[in-house]
Design a protein around this ligand. Structure first.
Ligand code: ADP
Ligand code: MG
Length: 288
C-alpha cells in the first residue's frame, strides 16, 4: 500500500524555465507522517499534485498501490476519494451558505446516501473541533483558523487514506497553527490517516513528522528522518532552509567541542537539547 513516483519529471507547458520537477523517485507508505520542505519555487506544490493525479508527469510514472494511475481505465475520481488534497489557503474555496453544507460538498460528490453524507460531515466537524453551534453559521463569519479547519473537515469527510496539505499553517497565528498541527497529529494517531504536509519551515514540523523530504530546484535532495536531514545543515542553508533552533544550538556546541570528540548527539527539540546539555554538565560536575 503506497504512493510511488518513479523517475517523475514535470515541465509546465507555458513555461520556458527548467522543469518544475526533475527525475523525482520516492515512495510513501500507509500511516506515515511526512513533511515536504523547500524554498518557494522548489517544486513542492507541483510534486503533491502528482500524488492524486491532478498533474500528469511529462516523464515517469505515478503508482497507487502498485497500479499506474494514468493507465487507461484507472478511476482518478476514486483515487481522489482516497488521496485528499488541501490546497494552499483552502478557505478561499469555501462557498456554501453554511459550514455544514460546505463540509457535505466532498462526500456528496462521492454519490453517498444522504444520511451517510450527514453522518460523515458531523464526524468530520467534531474531529476538527468545530462543535454544533458553528454548523449553521456562514463560513465567512469564522476566524482564519476556523475557516481552514472547516475546509480540512470537507476533505476528512471523504474519509481519505492519505491527506495531503499544501502549507496548512501559512498565515495563521501561533495558536491557529498549533491547532492545525495537533489536529493532523490526531488524524494520524487516532484515525490512521497518512499525513503529507508541505511547509517552508522545518522548525514547525520537526516535532511532528517521522520523515522529511527536501525539494530544491525540482530535485528531491534529501529524504530521511528529521535527525538525518538536519545533519546537512550547511547544504540546507544554501537552499534557503534553516534547521530548527535547538538543532542548531546543539550542532554549534558539538562543533565547539562541548560534547567531547565524536559525540553521538542529535537533538531537535528543546527537551532533547536540554537533556543533552544537562547530562554532559552533570557528568563534568561529578568529576570535579
Ligand atoms: P513551491 O510550491 O515549492 O513554491 P511550485 O511547485 O509552485 O513550487 O513551482 C515550481 C516551479 O514551477 C517554479 O519555478 C514555478 O514558477 C513554476 N510553476 C508553478 N506553477 C506554474 C504554472 N501554473 N505555470 C508555469 N510555471 C509554474
Ligand atoms: Mg507551493
Amino acid at each position: 500500500m503506497s504512493i510511488k513516483l518513479e523517475n517523475v519529471s514535470y515541465q509546465y507547458k507555458d513555461s520556458k524555465r527548467r522543469p518544475a520537477l526533475n527525475h523525482v523517485s520516492l515512495e510513501i507508505g500507509k500511516e506515515e507522517f511526512i513533511g515536504i520542505a523547500g524554498h518557494t519555487g522548489s517544486g513542492k506544490s507541483t510534486l503533491i499534485q502528482h500524488f492524486n493525479g491532478l498533474i500528469k508527469p511529462t516523464e515517469g510514472n505515478v503508482l497507487f498501490d502498485g497500479r499506474d494511475i494514468h493507465e487507461p481505465g484507472y478511476s482518478l475520481k476514486e483515487l481522489r476519494g482516497k488521496v485528499g488534497l488541501s490546497f494552499q489557503y483552502p478557505e478561499h474555496q469555501l462557498f456554501e451558505v453554511t459550514v455544514f453544507d460546505d463540509v457535505c460538498f466532498g462526500p456528496k460528490n462521492l454519490d453517498l446516501p444522504e444520511d451517510e453524507i450527514q453522518t460523515r460531515a458531523k464526524e468530520a466537524l467534531e474531529l476538527v473541533g468545530m462543535d454544533e453551534k458553528y454548523h449553521e453559521k456562514s463560513p465567512f463569519e469564522l476566524s482564519g483558523g476556523q475557516k481552514r479547519r472547516v475546509a480540512i473537515a470537507g476533505i476528512i469527510a471523504m474519509k481519505p487514506e492519505y491527506l495531503i496539505l499544501d502549507e496548512p499553517t501559512a498565515g495563521l497565528d501561533p495558536l491557529g497553527r498549533d491547532k492545525i498541527l495537533n489536529l493532523l497529529k490526531k488524524l494520524h494517531e487516532e484515525e490512521g490517516i497518512t499525513i503529507i504536509l508541505v511547509t517552508h519551515s522545518m522548525e514547525e514540523i520537526a516535532d511532528y513528522v517521522g520523515r522529511i523530504l527536501v525539494m530544491d530546484k525540482g530535485h528531491l535532495e534529501f529524504d530521511g528522518t528529521p535527525e538525518e536531514v538536519f545533519e546537512h545543515r550547511e547544504e540546507l542553508e544554501k537552499m534557503g532552509l534553516t534547521i530548527p533552533f535547538y538543532a542548531a544550538i546543539t550542532d554549534d556546541l558539538k562543533k565547539a567541542g562541548y560534547f567531547g570528540e565524536n559525540p553521538e548527539i542529535s537533538a531537535i527539540t528543546l527537551q532533547e537539547a536540554k537533556e543533552a546539555i544537562l547530562t554532559k554538565w552533570k557528568r563534568d560536575h561529578k568529576s570535579c
